[in-house]
Design a protein around this ligand. Structure first.
Ligand code: NAD
Length: 424
């Protein structure tokens, strides 16, 4: 009944992986399992055709999606992905995982996700803007600040959110800042949003390390990915007295057993956009990253990074899943056998959606908080959520991943049960 992770090394589709996860958690849910079929059926899925006039005058058609997986606990929440692999199956699975993530952290949201099958790097800025505006108009019939609130995901950013907000507002005749989150700060965006996911990785890691008797001070930390999530998590661990001994990004793998100077690396990264060439560490082989002597591993780059073979070699005591789906189920089993604790993505990287929630609340109230207030509130929400999952794992003698799914499914199914079935 364990084995909850995103995809298998012998890969199946994302949606069927999600269905397997739901099958596995069902036996833990007691009489609430009677309602579990609700999680096997997305509530609403919209496919839209987006005709786009290209800069050269030709017309191309793109396929876009918005799926609202479950709205039992509140409006839908989830990002919009621009990527050539986007399809309905993937968007359905991503929307379902948002349902689980929002419930695991106890945010008053359901799960949703959207996307357009396109290569955003092959489009001009004008083409991207027209694509975004037409997509927003097409899905405008189901999104809204009380219905479903999109956000950035792979291939989209705060600029895309500004276009979405403007298009929705133009179509509705009034400025509606709360229709999307992840906006620029001067357009109703929230302070602290950019660093929130990395900060959440640190908070959940700190709480689990304390309970598992792993001292953060003096811990050796290895981080894959030095982008938005990885750089902030690494910086906070270093600030807490840990030593960041290895970092890998798309350009290189670097190591320094005495600890990498985070401030110097951040300055290098700002200038060079990659870690390759940083003089304060040695360049090592890509695969040697996984064999580095470390206490804490933070995968914060891509999905499917911790294979069973890599899990066999890892020397760490704790894995903090900053990325979505970095660990294969086969590897998850190996880590469990070896006594390595994994803080699962659905809770570990939920700091981003938590501050997105704060952005929405601030937009609704038209009253904005200081960064200190935002960080303090996030710390409390993430700590409470992590402690709850930790206690559930002890109570059920299961992994933190399974415990996070139990906590989330209990909340969603309780809401479903109490709402009842309309029309009865
Ligand atoms: P980012 O684009 O800012 O950074 C990605 C990093 O991964 C970069 O340092 C890049 O060099 C590195 N990378 C890319 N390919 C690599 C490879 N083959 N090997 C090693 N490193 C590689 O992205 P991000 O926002 O930091 O997101 C990272 C992960 O966290 C993703 O899985 C994302 O879905 C997840 N996540 C992000 C947020 C958020 O708020 N940004 C929230 C939840 C989950």
């Amino acid at each position: 009944m364990e084995k909850l992770s995103y995809a298998s090394e012998n890969s199946t589709s994302a949606w069927s992986t999600y269905l397997q996860q739901i099958d596995r958690v069902a036996p833990y849910l007691g009489e609430l399992a009677r309602w579990i079929d609700t999680l096997r059926h997305p509530k609403r899925a919209l496919i839209v055709d987006i005709p786009l006039q290209m800069d050269d005058g030709s017309i191309r058609h793109f396929e876009g999606y918005r799926v609202q997986h479950n709205l039992s606990r509140g409006p839908g929440k989830g990002g919009v992905r621009y990527h050539p692999n986007v399809d309905l199956n993937e968007v359905m699975a991503l929307s379902a995982w948002m349902t689980i993530k929002c419930a695991a952290v106890n945010l008053p949201y359901g799960g949703a996700k959207g996307g357009i099958r396109c290569d955003p790097f092959a489009l001009s800025e004008g083409e991207l803007e027209r694509l975004t505006r037409r997509y927003t108009s097409e899905i405008g019939i189901i999104i809204g600040p009380q219905k479903d609130i999109p956000a950035p995901d792979v291939g989209t950013n705060s600029k895309v959110m500004a276009w979405m907000m403007d298009t929705y507002s133009m179509n509705n005749g009034t400025t509606v800042t709360g229709v999307v989150t992840g906006k620029p700060v001067h357009l109703g965006g929230s302070l602290g949003r950019e660093k929130a996911t990395g900060r959440g990785v640190f908070i959940t890691g700190r709480e689990v390390a304390r309970r598992a008797g792993i001292p953060v001070e003096g811990a050796r930390v290895a981080v894959q990915g030095f982008g938005n999530v990885g750089s902030e998590a690494a910086r906070l661990f270093a600030e807490a007295g840990a030593s960041v001994v290895a970092i890998q990004d798309h350009s290189a793998t670097i190591a320094n057993a005495d600890g990498i100077d985070m401030a110097a690396l951040s300055r290098w990264q700002l200038e060079h956009k990659q870690i390759l060439g940083f003089p304060g560490a040695q360049k090592i082989d890509e695969e040697a990253f996984w064999r580095t002597e470390m206490d804490i591993l933070i995968p914060a780059a891509l999905e499917g990074q911790i294979t069973r073979a890599r899990a066999e070699k890892l020397s760490c005591k704790l894995v903090l899943e900053g990325a979505n789906g970095p660990t294969y189920p086969e590897a998850d089993d190996m880590l469990a056998e070896r006594g390595i604790i994994v803080v699962p993505d659905v809770i570990c990287n939920a700091g981003g959606v938590t501050v997105s929630y704060f952005e929405w609340v601030q937009d609704m109230a038209s009253f904005f908080w200081s960064e200190e207030e935002i960080n303090a509130r996030m710390d409390k929400i993430m700590t409470d959520a992590m402690v709850h999952v930790w206690n559930k794992a002890n109570e059920k003698s299961c992994s933190l991943r399974t415990a996070a799914y139990i906590v989330a499914c209990e909340r969603i199914l309780m809401a479903r049960k109490e709402r009842g079935i309309y029309p009865g």
